[in-house]
Design a protein around this ligand. Structure first.
Ligand SMILES: Cc1cc2nc3c(=O)[nH]c(=O)nc-3n(C[C@H](O)[C@H](O)[C@H](O)COP(=O)(O)O)c2cc1C
Length: 197
């Protein structure tokens, strides 16, 4: 419930206690470059995504998962933008979240991005249960990912999530290390909630 000074534990400030996995989730950029994700852990992340809810159970989402040291990982890494390239290479795995924005017949999948986000959210919670951390990125080259993995136009790469074992902030380049230890902030509940009785 409180923000601590340690760079690897950054719990949320909440009015009431949350379940531990939600309370302790945060998005680091410093990942242990030696840590690996097991095949079972990666499967658990993908299963968490698979069993997330979706509108009418249409499941308009696909995933591309690469563990560090594989060609898939390197291809995903090469399609990150800007400062994401400075830190994400130490993650144990990179997972592209792809929305199926339309059916084969061209009909819009209205809730695709919402359903995709639910799946990625489930992955992040599962990651924490596995002793891992997750960091989502929208700063990606969607067209480059489409081309590299032969995705047709109706499939939209929306985010890449880095999964791995959190490391000390001090191992990041200076500017990123500073950001890593800034207080985690949110809108106040009364700004967020429009009506409540
Ligand atoms: C859709 C989405 C896109 C994001 N894109 C990036 C990104 O490109 N690079 C980055 O470093 N962080 C990115 N983030 C991480 C957010 O900045 C982070 O979740 C937010 O500051 C809250 O911090 P917390 O996750 O530690 O609570 C993204 C998060 C989400 C959900």
């Amino acid at each position: 419930m409180t923000i601590t000074n340690s760079s690897t534990v950054r719990s949320s400030e909440t009015e009431v206690p949350l379940v531990e996995l939600l309370d302790e989730r945060w998005s680091p950029r410093s990942f242990d470059a030696a840590a690996e994700i097991t095949d079972a852990q990666l499967t658990a992340l993908l299963e968490a995504a698979r069993w997330a809810p979706s509108a009418s159970n249409m499941q308009p989402r696909r995933f591309i998962a690469g563990r560090r040291g594989t060609k898939t990982f390197d291809t995903i890494l090469a399609n990150l933008m800007g400062f994401n390239t400075l830190w994400a290479g130490n993650a144990a795995a990179l997972v592209v979240a792809v929305a199926e924005t339309a059916t084969d017949e061209g009909e819009e999948r209205r809730w695709a991005q919402y359903d995709l986000g639910l799946a990625v959210s489930a992955m992040t919670v599962q990651a924490h249960a596995e002793g891992l951390h997750a960091h989502q990125m929208a700063g990606i080259e969607a067209d480059g990912i489409r081309t590299a993995f032969d995705l047709t136009e109706r499939f939209l790469p929306v985010t890449v999530t880095a999964f791995g074992v959190v490391d000390e902030a001090g191992k990041l380049p200076e500017k990123l290390a500073e950001r890593e230890t800034l207080p985690r902030t949110r809108l106040a509940l009364d700004e967020l909630v429009v009506a409540r009785d």
